[in-house]
Design a protein around this ligand. Sequence first.
Ligand code: IVH
Length: 670
Amino acid sequence: MSLFEIKERIESLVKELNEHNYKYYVLAQPVISDFEFDKKLEELTALEKEYPEYLDPESPTRKVGGDITKEFQTVKHKWPMLSLGNTYNEQDLKDFDERVRKAIGSNFEYVCELKFDGLSISLSYENGKLIRAVTRGNGTQGDDVTNNAKTIQSIPKSIKGSGFPESFDIRGEVFMHRAAFDRLNNERIENNEVPYANPRNFASGTLKMQDSSEVAKRPLDCFLYFLYADKLIYNTHWESLEAVKKLGFHVCEHSKLCSNIEDVLEFIHYWDEKRFGLSYDIDGIVIKVNNYTQQQELGFTAKSPRWAISYKYKAQEVETILEKVTYQVGRTGAVTPVANLKPVLLAGTTVKRATLHNANEIKRLDLHEGDTVLVEKGGEIIPKIIAVNTSKRSQYALKINYPDICPECGSNLQRKEGEAVHYCPNDEGCPPQIVGKMQHFISRKAMNIEGLGHETIEAFYRRGFIEHISDLYLLHEKEDQLKEIERFGERSIRNMLEGIEKSKQMPFEKVLFGLGIRYVGETVAKKIAAYFKDIDSLMNASYDELISVDEIGERIAESIIEYFKEPRHKEQIEALRIHGLQFESVQNTIELASNKLEGKSFIISGVFEKYSRDELKELIEANGGKILSSISAKLNYLVAGDNMGPSKLEKAVKLQIPIISDQELVEMLQ
Ligand code: IVH
């Protein structure tokens, strides 16, 4: 490579790796495996070492990945949150052992721990009370997620026992057990929400949610693995783990004290095999020098401690045969290629299919029929084809080409400028789109129609009973025909028809979400329903009016306008309206439980033991009170729970606004 090319390569690696860091740490949506990332990082580190003149201060080798999200308060860590050096092979570990030995002699021990695949958190305790929980962020400062962390059962809100420092930080990893992940992710799929790729992303997405009551519904867990205090109170890491376990912190039981690197390697080999039997994901092993004085002697590099290292397990790979590529058409018309594989055992499960994402991926791999492919299962649930073994390809094998036409209805596929996904535009006549739209309409988060499932919708469609969502409301006229369907008894039919009838009472926001307008998810539907109050105002809204609504951006506004331009969409809405569905918000006509709070305004802030914030809000509104969005002199009461933001409190005190507890609020109603 010429010097110019080297400079360019360094620049491009810095840019690319910083982007991956952003996707991993901020969006929680990584697009490459840790292994691929580390390979690129290694290349960059080597180039920078050889050509320090091209070192960029923004280089990911100089900083811990991650950034701070905007919505949370930013808090500086008292002790920086460092990362660990990664190794992938035994030689690197032996080299690490050698470096340690050179610095502190041979009289030392290691603690081996599992490397949990979650997101790190720093918890601060004062006088035994949890006062703050902060994400790693960029290593120096992170997001204050205290309210959310308080919903995690295994994080003690106050500590029992004695002998702990007055003030300390304890660090660990927040994660989600695989079983909880599977259950909740399946619910997301059923509700047509975008599923998370793996438990780590789910945990990370959850911890960064704005609404703590929503966080509380998703079970997270937390293993703690490091105590920081002003004064050293234990001599070794092992001792400190034992001590914090006794204080009630969740400490993983699989850590091991090892007297040499051979024991460490044995531990690594053991867990390489057994890791799939754990109830949570790990992506490697962390090795730490046990003695604190020795840790201090070894010190730190700019980014990580010299007394610890991580050994990352390689994503499991296996070769198998590509049997064929099929194409799935989703509710929105997106056409996704899927690789159907000869079943093969990988990372504890039988793999039959792998995702191919889009046409670019097929091109990238240069896939041919019957190819021998290398399949990898990393942190993601759906395995991925990482390479093709071309030496095993028959010379007669035909190249696989992404189709020009929809495999389901034959329409010409379209791809928007700059997008990777092809869409089938025939939303009116393409069977999986028609069925998908009806399945979305009946789903739990939309109309929640009891007694009607996805398969039934498909069966009804195949028999020609339904084609549009409004046809569901005519099914009662076809009762006799329904009875002819195998395994569809009288009772099931009655339940279903009752469910359909009941759905006519579902509020406007649910109907709106159920219509399946592209980009109008549950939250957006709620905002729209609250703002426009009825479907006619929404249909007549201009682009400018739409984007003035909270949470509605250009993309959503355009999609809404497009949707209502179609006469057949308007016809559907008319038909549903005639059947008696709700196309108006009923917020103003809530029956009040009392008017005891009439004329009074409230703000609710913090976490409450007995109620969620939404429950308190409902209680206030049901008794005639109003909820305000910001503190001003007009506010009558601030209902304060635990861990309220300091700026809110300060403002309320300054304006002399009465601060009351949830208990006092309840008493006002008695
Ligand atoms: S110790 C200064 N122990 O791995 C050392 N980290 O690459 C601090 N992690 O940010 C980390 N399991 O998020 C440590 N048993 C364990 C861990 C662990 C997972 C994560 C943690 C850290 C990252 C470092």
